[in-house]
Design a protein around this ligand. Sequence first.
Ligand SMILES: Cc1cc2nc3c(=O)[nH]c(=O)nc-3n(C[C@H](O)[C@H](O)[C@H](O)COP(=O)(O)OP(=O)(O)OC[C@H]3O[C@@H](n4cnc5c(N)ncnc54)[C@H](O)[C@@H]3O)c2cc1C
Length: 455
Amino acid sequence: MSTLVQDDALTAFADELRGPLLTPGMEAYEAARRVFNGMIDRHPALIAQCLGASDVKVAVDYARAHDLPVAIRGGGHNVAGHGTCDGGVLIDFSRMRTARVDVEAQTVRADPGCTWTDFDTETAAEGLATTGGTVGSTGIGGLTLGGGLGFLMGAYGLTCDNLLSADLVTADGKLLTVSDRANPDLFWGIRGGGGNFGVVTSFEYRLHPIDTLLAGLVLYPADSAREALKLFRATSMESPDELSCAFAMITLPDGPKVAAIAACFSGPISDGERLVAPLRSLGPPVDDGIRPMRYPEVQRTFAEIPFGLHNYWKGHLIREMADDVVDATMEAFETMTSEHAAILIEAPHGAVHRVPPESTAFGQRDARFNASALAIWEPSEDGDRHVAWTRRYADAVLPFASGGYINYLGDDASADDVRAAYGAARFQRLTELKTKYDPTNLFRFNQNIKPAAAE
Ligand SMILES: Cc1cc2nc3c(=O)[nH]c(=O)nc-3n(C[C@H](O)[C@H](O)[C@H](O)COP(=O)(O)OP(=O)(O)OC[C@H]3O[C@@H](n4cnc5c(N)ncnc54)[C@H](O)[C@@H]3O)c2cc1C
C-alpha cells in the first residue's frame, strides 16, 4: 500500500511540474546529476528541472512531505559538490537561464540557472555590468549567495552587495520577495549566508555603466615569480577602486610554469595606462595581454576549467600578505603536482571594504587577500598527493587567516570552518535565522548553518 501511495504521490509530483522530473535510469538523469567537480559522484533520488517558482514550490512541498532533503543546482560549480546530493530531491535550474535588463533603471532580473556568461552577455549588450565571477560557466546562484569576488569589486563591491532583491521559496513552500524593505532579515542572510534559507527563483541586481576597460594578464617566467607576487601585493594594497588585480600561478598549455598578474581598470583608459605600467616593469614578460577591451572579453581573462576534472581547493582570506605567505606561495608554486593546478590570490578592496560589515551576512569584510591552492587533476590519477599539496599550502597560510571564503570551502569543511568563515556574532545571527526559516534543515547541502534544534 505504501508503495502505491508513494507512486501516486510521485505521479502527482511529475504531473504538477512544468519541467521534467528525472529519476535514476533515465538518460537525462545521468547528465543532470553531474557537477563541475568530477570527484563528486552523487545520486539524487529525484531531479526536478524547474521552469519557474511554482515548480520550485511543488518540489519543496514534495520533499518536505516525504522527509527528503533538498539540494539546489545553479551552475553546478561548487567544488564541494553542494549542487547535487545522494538520496534527496535536487532542484536543477539548468533550464532557467534568462536575464532581463531594465536599461532605464540600470537593473537586471536574472534566472537562478544563469551562468556569468549568460548574465554578462545580456547586460553588456546594454553597456552595463556588475561584479561577477571571473569564469563564465560559474553559476550566478551560488556565487551571489556566498558573496562574489570579481574584477569589478573594487569599484562596486561584492556581487551580493549589488543584489537588490530576490524571490525565494522557503522550507514551508512559501514564495517571498526579499529586499531591504521586504523580509529584511532574510535579505541580510542571503547576502553571504549561501543556500541555507530557501531556494532563490529570481535575482535582481544593480548594474553600472561599463564600456571599454583596460584589462588582461601579464605573464612572468618562473624565475620572476617571487618578484611578481611582491609587485601584485604592493599594487593591490595601494590600487584605487577602479583597479582590481588578481594573481595566479599556472602551467601554460605548452609547458612552462608562469606567474600571472591579472588587471582590470574600469576608469578612463589613459589613467589606467599609467596605473598598470608598473605591472609591466619586471623585465621582459612571457606575455603582456593588457589592452583596452569590452567587459565580456575581460570575463574571459581566465581560461575555462573543463567540467569533469577532479578538484580540491583550499585557502583562506587573510588580512595581510606577510613575507611568510610569499614564501609559502613560492614553495607551493615550486611543488605544484599537476599541470592543471593553480595558485590563485584575489584582492578584495575598495567598495568591498566600505560596506558596513554588519549590513550583510558575508564575513571578513576587512580581509585584503584570498589565497587558495587549487589542486586539479585527471580523473584517472590518484588524488592523494594533489590533496596533500593543497592542504600544505592552506596550513602554511593559516596563521595569517581570518577564515575561509565560504564559496571555496571543500566538502571536508568542518562546522568550525563554517563558523570561522562568519565569525561568532554573525554565525549566531545566521543560526537564529536558520532556526526561524528552516528548522528541520531541509536545505542542508551547502556550507551548512544548523538550526538550533538540530544541533
Ligand atoms: C572554475 C570556478 C571559478 C570560480 N570563480 C569564482 C569567482 O570568480 N568569484 C567567486 O566569488 N567565486 C568563484 N568560484 C566559486 C563559486 O562562487 C562557487 O563555486 C559557487 O558555489 C558557484 O555557484 P553555482 O551556482 O555554480 O554552484 P552550484 O554548485 O550550482 O550551487 C552551489 C550551492 O549554492 C547554493 N545555490 C545555488 N543556487 C541557488 C539558488 N537559486 N537558491 C538557493 N541556493 C542556491 C546552494 O546551496 C548550492 O548547493 C568559482 C568556482 C569555480 C569552480
